[in-house]
Design a protein around this ligand. Structure first.
Ligand SMILES: C/C(=C\C(=O)SCCNC(=O)CCNC(=O)[C@H](O)C(C)(C)COP(=O)(O)OP(=O)(O)OC[C@H]1O[C@@H](n2cnc3c(N)ncnc32)[C@H](O)[C@@H]1OP(=O)(O)O)C(=O)O
Length: 356
């Protein structure tokens, strides 16, 4: 056999060799295409606990049998954040491994919850929109509707619509209108803030209702920050996404990412989001998660960055799936150590009543 491992010979061999590429470019997607994702994932208690512990989600119903039963579950269920992250992780190989960034997601719902450990996820996606990026000629913007089902029963456990920037094989000419509009907008100081911010006095549904009533009489909003922060490390940036079979190079290939817009590996959007939600949930008595909308990822989070959270309470309604809870709509904003927003989204959750 030829000695190809001689360094000079091997360097020439690498130059001569074709790379067997992974992933799809923008041009490979067409509206209406349905993609069945090959990887499957059994949702385990270990996977759930690893995700929830590293993102500071310590709601006892997901950890202790007695607390789970008191909340109407048979046993500690799989948390909707981990379910969402796993449903998305499985899709990356087909949808976004080529590169480009996770920009946002909406209509995140859990029709089949509660989900218990042992359920095997089967995931498929439909291409719902392919658009040119008016500001970045080397990328297109693709949206998919994804459904994660129980492989045994076919029941839909998690569904959402997600949007990524996806690299084009060939850059196209753009009119630059996106960048121009963004530049114009950045000259604007943005909307005025209310004079006063009200924080709820406690963690129960009634506390959110009272705070909203107080703010209603004034030029005020119910908005507050959470104390906890989570600095990103190898576990959150590389291990958690890989544990969901997310093969995006953004999270684990420092070599490739050193020559990218972020210049480094970045935190999986679902880790950033789940961490911020964990901070928010530490200041409320969550009963059930209902859904998430208008999620956006504004800038990169990298190893060494710290994820904090800010919450604005939008609405409260005295109806829920149980008499023991009411429904609250929140806007959550994750921000970094420089106070820059990195994620925002609205969340509808049922919050336990003190009187329940
Ligand atoms: C999963 C997974 C990967 C990840 O988890 S990556 C980590 C999470 N995502 C991020 O960290 C990305 C954070 N975002 C950014 O750093 C910037 O947004 C970015 C990607 C550098 C782009 O910034 P720009 O300032 O250049 O551009 P714009 O913010 O104006 O956006 C570019 C175009 O995209 C359109 N767009 C933005 N957000 C959305 C959205 N939520 N839905 C639909 N479209 C959106 C925006 O309108 C711009 O369009 P133009 O036509 O004007 O170009 C994985 O790999 O799957």
């Amino acid at each position: 056999m030829t000695e190809w491992t001689d360094p000079d010979t091997f360097a020439r061999a690498l130059e001569q060799a074709e790379t067997r590429e992974k992933g799809n470019c923008f041009e490979d997607f067409e509206e209406g295409d349905v993609i069945e994702h090959d990887p499957g994932l059994t949702l385990t208690r270990f996977g759930n606990e690893q995700w929830m512990s590293q993102t500071l989600n310590h709601d006892p119903a997901y950890w202790r049998t007695d607390a789970a039963e008191a909340r109407g579950f048979d046993e500690p269920p799989i948390h909707p954040d981990y379910l969402t992250a796993a449903t998305l992780g499985i899709t990356v190989e087909d949808l976004s491994e080529k590169g480009g960034y996770f920009l946002g997601r909406t209509d995140v719902r859990f029709p089949g919850t509660p989900v218990y450990a042992g359920a095997e996820l089967h995931v498929e996606s439909e291409v719902v929109n392919c658009a040119i990026s008016s500001s970045r000629p080397e990328y297109g913007i693709v949206s998919w509707r994804t459904r994660g089902t129980d492989a045994e029963t076919g029941e839909v456990l998690c569904s959402y619509e997600r949007t990524n920037m996806i690299p084009r094989r060939e850059p196209v000419a753009t009119d630059g209108s996106g960048s121009a509009a963004a530049a114009e907008e950045s000259e604007d100081d943005g909307p005025d803030l209310p004079e006063e911010f009200v924080a709820p006095e406690g963690d129960y549904f009634e506390d959110f209702v009272e705070a909203l009533e107080e703010a209603d009489d004034e030029n005020a909003a119910v908005a507050y920050r959470h104390e906890r922060g989570r600095t990103q490390d190898d576990v959150t940036v590389a291990s958690l996404p890989l544990a969901t079979l997310n093969t995006a190079k953004q999270h684990h290939n420092v070599d490739v990412m050193s020559d990218s817009p972020s210049g480094d590996i970045v935190t999986y959007g679902d880790v950033t989001r789940s961490t911020a939600l964990g901070h928010a949930r530490s200041d409320e008595e969550t009963w059930r998660e209902v859904g998430f909308d208008n999620e956006s990822f504004h800038t990169f989070v990298a190893v060494g960055d710290t994820v904090y959270a800010f919450t604005r309470v939008l609405e409260a309604e005295d109806t829920a799936s149980s008499d023991e809870a009411g429904t609250v709509q929140f806007e959550h904003i994750a921000f970094n150590q420089d106070d820059e927003p990195v994620y925002s989204g609205t969340r509808t959750a049922e919050i336990r009543k003190r009187s329940g």
